[in-house]
Ligand binder design. Sequence first.
Ligand SMILES: [Ca+2]
Length: 101
Amino acid sequence: MMINVFDDRKGSVAHILAGGITRFIPVMFVIFIAYEFIEHIYLAGKEKEANFLGDILEYAFGTMLMAVFCEITPCTIAVPLFVVAVAWLWHVMGKWKECRG
Ligand SMILES: [Ca+2]
């Protein structure tokens, strides 16, 4: 199965941030999944399964990143570390042709 992950810069970073926030606001998980289902139903045809699954993976990547940072450092360091990692990813994605725009 094909999965489109890190396909658009703004969307991907938003999904990763939502994942990171879930560490502190767990209800974000329910909001994100509900939002993805709604987006997938209303934009059916536009949004392919590959994008839907990719968005979930981007979100999961955000939760993992924050979980690992919180595991290895105190949260006061983990949060800025997470922000730096996402900013770096934003920068790197700007160099990828597929996700400009
Ligand atoms: Ca995506």
